[in-house]
Design a protein around this ligand. Structure first.
Ligand SMILES: [Zn+2]
Ligand SMILES: [Zn+2]
Length: 264
């Protein structure tokens, strides 16, 4: 069977909303009243502090976001002890800074860090339409997932949402050694499909800078998941990009379905 390459975060598994909820839970645990502006400000601190982190570009951390760095697994992360230690310090510093910016009690930072981790783990869930969408897509295609992040964390997300057995292959930037937007990532996928005598029919994902870039680098058609009714992503005229509001609305025009014998 030919291959579909799917993104993980915010294509299959809720990331943005789950993270906002988790920041809210962390600040509530530190007795800070939240509203959307408070949460936006928290994200500004997280982005700024992560951009200045000394290990921001170290190995597999290169494609990890500041909010993911707040709940990276310590077990099996494969990170050197010094790097892991600096991430623990980062976690407390981030929550201290956010709490202080809200004139809260900075001694609550460790509790906020723990609350964020616990809530974020519990908020792992599939997005609407994903279960039905995957069921339909896997009838005529082998499914590969391609994701940026720390391998231990991305594999944990797949396991917690029961996606692990759905995928024939898992491609994680931290293992490939390149982010999805890097031509080296597309080249790795291209080598693998050629070895198997397959082809990639579509890259499916929500990110213009990563998923559509991956599709462009491999000259593969793409399906852009855009939950907003109007898509603001601009793509080059020669790029083959379809748009869908959810995974169960992706319309594959690759023709693979017709080659499959109908089930009894
Ligand atoms: Zn779109
Ligand atoms: Zn196909």
């Amino acid at each position: 069977m030919n291959v579909l390459v799917l993104d993980l975060d915010d294509t299959l598994v809720d990331d943005t909303l789950a993270t906002r909820e988790s920041v809210t839970a962390a600040l509530t645990s530190a007795h800070i009243a939240t509203d959307p502006t408070v949460i936006d400000n928290a994200f500004t601190h997280i982005r700024k502090m992560w951009s200045r982190h000394p290990h921001r570009r170290t190995g597999p951390l290169a494609a990890v976001s500041g909010w993911e760095a707040l709940w990276l697994p310590h077990e099996g992360s494969g990170l050197p002890a010094a790097v892991d230690g600096s991430l623990r310090v980062y976690e407390t510093q981030v929550w201290t800074t956010i709490i202080e910016s809200m004139h809260g009690d900075p001694t609550q930072a460790p509790a906020a860090a723990r609350a964020f981790r616990a809530y974020r783990r519990g908020a792992l869930r599939l997005l609407p339409g994903v279960e039905d969408g995957l069921e339909s897509l896997r009838k005529d295609h082998a499914l590969w997932v391609a994701t940026n992040g720390l391998p231990a964390q991305q594999r944990m997300k797949l396991a917690a949402t029961r996606l692990t057995p759905i995928f024939d292959r898992v491609w994680i930037s931290g293992e490939v050694g390149a982010a999805k937007a890097d031509p080296a990532f597309a080249a790795a996928l291209q080598r693998a499909v050629r070895q198997n005598g397959q082809k990639i029919c579509f890259v499916i994902g929500d990110s213009a800078t990563q998923d559509l870039a991956l599709a462009g680098n491999g000259s593969w058609p793409a399906a852009h998941i855009c939950r907003n009714q109007t898509c603001s992503v601009e793509v080059p005229a020669e790029a083959a990009v379809a748009h869908a509001a959810a995974l169960d609305q992706v319309d594959l025009v690759c023709g693979c379905a017709r080659t499959t014998s109908p089930s009894a």
